[in-house]
Design a protein around this ligand. Structure first.
Ligand code: PLP
Length: 413
């Protein structure tokens, strides 16, 4: 008799994206004459930049030639890419990271989930609402305890993020071990400033905790004085792991490439309270269960650090930022309350008349023919909110805002 990992039976069904797809499909079938605009997706839509495409082509030619063929590469990633990351993402900001501390991977989704392999049973703190991977992977790892009626889990410490705290999680006045922070945030679009990040780092130093810092949207930061990396905060190299992704930066959601920084100065403990360095554990885990990102993809990722590549990436980000600006202007003119969309591609819209997230979803779909994402799908504190994204085309984003402005939400403008 084969036993399953019963933690998986503890997972609650995620209806969010399947329910959005079903409702949208049914609406379109009933109203084939209308054009539905999708502003719910968190996926890149701009094509790969030319420098990346050329690097792919060049890489294929190399693999086609006996003299330049590459088979298995180093599991942690090729030195050419790790060096470029260190130079451009860290040393350029005065952060001293060793290339050996960079692990190239096929995505931050995998990394934020897989990282739990190297940790034992810990008290885990997660923002609510949050990117759903954090909670679900803790359920799979057996850290979450029993499911509760409101869709949460008994053993997870939820850090509410709502209007009263500017959607930034408050530091608990008790001990937790592992803390997930995501800035710029999906889904709220909020950002942690230097002081907030320092408070978290100080807490982690004091409590011997570790921060799992998800900076997948780092490239969207425009305001001065907002840290781009948690390692800008003194002491963070002793208490944090950072996740970065090329997905939204350069259109790598389909081709897959990301990296995780695991500092050599980061320690945890065994059950006898011996100090255990984290870096060798992650290195071992990565090399045992992962065989490296393809040479082609790493070559392509390296191309975004050329002068032309940097310029192209900047233009892609500017395109999405322009959409975010169009959305913010449109919502403002419509008199709707919203947050985010400045240092982030996500705009967090508050239900204008106390509707639930799904009621607002239905209203947007049926009256405005716009698809967004109900905030409650990211956790109970997302209830009453609705997520729009800047990843659509400019034309669709403009048209969506026209529809919103022409609709009477019953508010003073
Ligand atoms: N982290 C956050 C907060 C995200 O929103 C996403 C994707 O939507 C990811 C990580 C996943 O990124 P990747 O495409 O690198 O797996």
């Amino acid at each position: 008799m084969v036993l399953v990992n019963e933690n998986f039976l503890n997972l609650q069904n995620s209806y969010l994206f399947s329910e959005i797809a079903r409702k949208t499909r049914e609406f379109i079938a009933l109203h084939p004459e209308v054009t539905v605009i999708k502003l719910g997706i968190g996926d890149a839509t701009r094509p790969l930049p030319l420098s990346v495409i050329q690097a792919f082509h060049h890489g294929v030619d190399e693999l086609a030639d006996q003299k330049t063929f590459h088979g298995y590469g180093p599991e942690q990633g090729y030195a050419f890419l790790r060096d470029l990351i260190v130079e451009n993402e860290y040393r350029a900001r005065g952060i001293d990271i060793d290339p050996d501390e960079i692990f190239i991977s096929d995505g931050s989704k995998c990394d934020t989930g897989n990282i739990l392999d190297i940790f034992g049973k810990n008290i885990v703190a997660i923002s609510d609402p949050s990117y759903p991977v954090y909670v679900d992977t803790n359920v799979m790892a057996g850290n979450a305890g029993i499911a509760t009626d409101n869709g949460q889990y008994a053993d997870i410490v939820y850090l509410p993020c709502n209007q009263s705290n500017n959607f930034c999680p408050a530091i608990p006045n008790f001990h937790v071990d592992l803390i997930y922070l995501c800035s710029p945030n999906n889904p709220t679009g909020a950002i942690l400033n230097k002081v907030e990040m320092k408070n978290w780092v100080d807490y982690a130093l004091r409590e011997k905790a570790i921060i799992l810092f998800d900076a997948a949207y780092e490239r969207f930061i425009v305001e001065d004085d907002i840290p781009h990396s948690i390692f800008e905060i003194p002491g963070a190299l002793k208490v944090a792991i950072e996740f970065r992704s090329f997905s939204k930066t350069a259109g790598f959601t389909g081709t897959r490439c990301a990296f995780t920084v695991v500092p050599k100065s980061l320690n945890a403990y065994d059950s006898k309270q011996n100090v255990i360095p984290i870096h060798p554990l992650w290195n071992r885990r990565h090399c045992t269960k992962f065989n490296g990102v393809s040479y082609l993809v790493q070559k392509a990722a390296a191309a975004i650090y050329t002068d032309i590549g940097k310029n192209e990436v900047e233009n892609i980000i500017k395109y999405y930022q322009k959409n975010a600006e169009i959305i913010r202007k449109g919502l403002k003119q419509a008199g709707l309350e919203f947050f985010g969309g400045i240092n982030s591609p996500y705009i967090w819209v508050k239900a204008p008349q106390g509707q639930s997230s799904w009621e607002l979803f239905d209203l947007f779909l049926e009256k405005l023919n716009i698809v967004g994402t109900p905030g409650s799908g990211f956790g109970p504190n997302g209830e009453g909110f609705f997520r729009l994204t800047a990843f659509g085309s400019i034309e669709n984003t403009q048209e969506a805002m026209k529809r919103i402005q022409n609709y009477n939400f019953g508010l003073e403008k």
